[in-house]
Design a protein around this ligand. Structure first.
Ligand code: DAH
Length: 350
């Protein structure tokens, strides 16, 4: 083997022994670096004649290319090995079972609201949403609630910025303002019919949502839910209210023998007014009268504020508490549990 062949061989060997890229770069320097052995051979040609330089130079170049090829091959081999190690270290076992993830669900009060919407929807009621920040007009005045009514006091109501000095804006204390808001829209939509003296399609709507009062104990929360109901037409009576509300309660509580009682009461926006009590015939609450809603025939002043003639249009309204309905349905005795956000409580309803 000539000198150049053995140079190539020792380079190849040294490269093969280099276990890391850094070792390999050091080995490369010994042959191809500034004072490496190939470079030294090149320098050694200075004394040679032109003819000799040609043939010697060509031979050295062949050796140099062989060394470079060996270097490239080894670099590639080390990179491949490194990739294999990395792949192995980061390997995913796709056959492993996944980590358990908690499954979310609807809040019990949301479940109740869905139920209410489903039942009244099946009886031809629309569902309307309205603002939680209300004006004095919609929350009180339009609902025939006089200036000196206790509900207007600071102790009962969260007043907020906006509105006027004498009629500040507030967080709605009930969903009843939606009676006016929805009816006004309905009347606007049917303006042409009304102007032509034609019968207007009945207003049949429920309006669920959040409401606010300065109140906090086991059965009152400053934020709570209500669901308003309104049915206005030319021929709607208390009898209709009794029929639909009985059907609603029996479906909601899945209790066919549940009975209702209308207890005379007072609300500024209805006349006459009644509290609706229910009584279960079986189960843990059997025999007790439980109050579930306020109701009444819509007051003529309120009908007028809807833009309708109270001589022609009549109807009834009701307001119930979905939080209370949820408590009764599931046997929960503290309202605050609904709003504490404790997952141990909430997960029981999934
Ligand atoms: N808005 C009343 C309240 O918050 C509940 C209510 C009573 C609503 C009678 C009505 C109704 O629509 O007719 O106490």
């Amino acid at each position: 083997m000539n000198e150049l062949d053995s140079l190539v061989e020792s380079a190849t060997q040294l490269f093969a022994q280099s276990a890391t890229p850094a070792d390999l770069e050091n080995a490369k320097a010994q042959f191809l670096g500034k004072s490496g052995r190939v470079t030294e051979l090149m320098k050694g040609m200075a004394q040679l004649s032109v003819e000799e330089k040609k043939s010697r130079g060509a031979a050295i170049n062949v050796a140099k290319q062989a060394i470079e090829a060996a270097l490239t091959a080894r670099r590639q081999a080390l990179a491949d090995a490194e990739l294999q190690v990395q792949l192995k270290a980061e390997a995913l076992d796709v056959s492993l079972p996944g980590r358990q993830r908690g499954q979310g669900g609807l809040h019990p009060v949301s479940l109740t609201l869905e139920r209410i919407e489903g039942i009244f929807g099946s009886m031809g009621f629309d569902v309307a949403q309205g603002p939680e920040i209300e004006t004095d007009w919609f929350n009180f005045t339009a609902l025939n609630t006089p200036e000196d009514h206790p509900a207007r006091s600071m102790h009962d109501t969260f007043y907020v910025e906006g509105g006027t000095d004498t009629a500040p804006n507030l967080l709605r204390t009930h969903t009843s303002p939606m009676q006016i808001r929805h009816a006004v829209q309905h009347v606007k939509k049917n303006r042409a019919l009304l102007d032509a003296g034609q019968p207007m399609p009945e207003i049949r709507v429920i309006a669920p949502g959040r409401t606010y009062r300065v109140d906090s104990d086991a059965t009152h929360s400053p934020m709570f839910h209500q669901c308003e109901g309104l049915w206005i037409g030319e021929n709607v009576s208390f009898k209709d209210l009794k029929v639909i509300f009985t059907a609603f309660c029996r479906t909601f509580f899945e209790s066919d023998d549940l009975v209702l009682r209308f207890r005379p009461s007072f609300f500024p926006f209805t006349e006459p007014s009644a509290e609706i009590d229910i009584q279960f015939q079986t189960g843990p609450l059997a025999g007790r009268w439980l109050e579930v809603a306020g109701s009444g025939q819509v007051h003529p002043n309120v009908v007028r504020n809807m833009g309708l003639d109270p001589e022609k249009y009549i109807g009834f309204a009701f307001g119930m508490g979905p939080d209370r309905l949820t408590m009764l349905r599931y046997g929960v005795n503290d309202l605050r549990l609904f709003f504490d956000g404790d997952i141990r409580f909430l997960s029981q309803f999934q």
